[in-house]
Design a protein around this ligand. Structure first.
Ligand SMILES: [Zn+2]
Length: 160
């Protein structure tokens, strides 16, 4: 069987960062930071959210900076922005996880219910009177009270 899994990422927010200067064009406060969230997927269903990455783009000269190219000034501005206005992961990045947890808890509760029901049933069958018991008692009674010479010859030999 073929399995498709790996990691994908999606953009979770665009934010402006303040008190920065583009090292390329020297424009102030021109950066827009795009935040991407990576997640592990199985058949394109997101299972586990992984890490976040940031890319900054200067809105003036359009030069983009990966997280490794951020200046200390940009890092500080981003950190401040993260505190004030954090880019949150959408809930669907972990929906596979939620689905799996729901599925397993459903399976578990079904099996617990089955075990509980079976335990109750066996208890009931022990306490409940077996209808064959009466029939058996009647049969035994009939056998021992009506003795016939030709049928019950073994038990009455010698006496007749
Ligand atoms: Zn620039």
């Amino acid at each position: 069987m073929l399995f498709f899994f790996g990691s994908r990422s999606s953009k979770i927010g665009d934010r402006k960062i303040r008190k920065t200067t583009c090292t390329h064009c020297q424009t102030k406060d021109s950066f827009v930071v795009s935040t991407f969230s990576k997640y592990f997927h199985f058949f394109w269903i997101p299972i586990i959210p992984l890490f976040k990455t940031h890319v900054a783009e200067c809105s003036h000269c359009k030069k983009s900076y990966s997280k490794f190219e951020f200046t200390p000034e940009m890092n500080a501005a981003l950190q401040k922005e993260n505190e004030l206005n954090p880019a949150k992961r959408p809930i669907w990045h972990g929906c596979g996880c939620i689905i799996l947890v729901c599925f397993f808890s459903l399976m578990l509760s079904i099996s617990f219910y089955g075990v509980y029901k079976r335990a109750n049933n066996s208890e009931a069958s022990i306490t409940q009177k077996d209808p064959r018991k009466d029939m058996l008692a009647k049969d035994i009674d009939k056998l021992s009270s009506i003795l016939q010479k030709d049928k019950d010859s073994i038990s009455i030999t010698g006496q007749a």
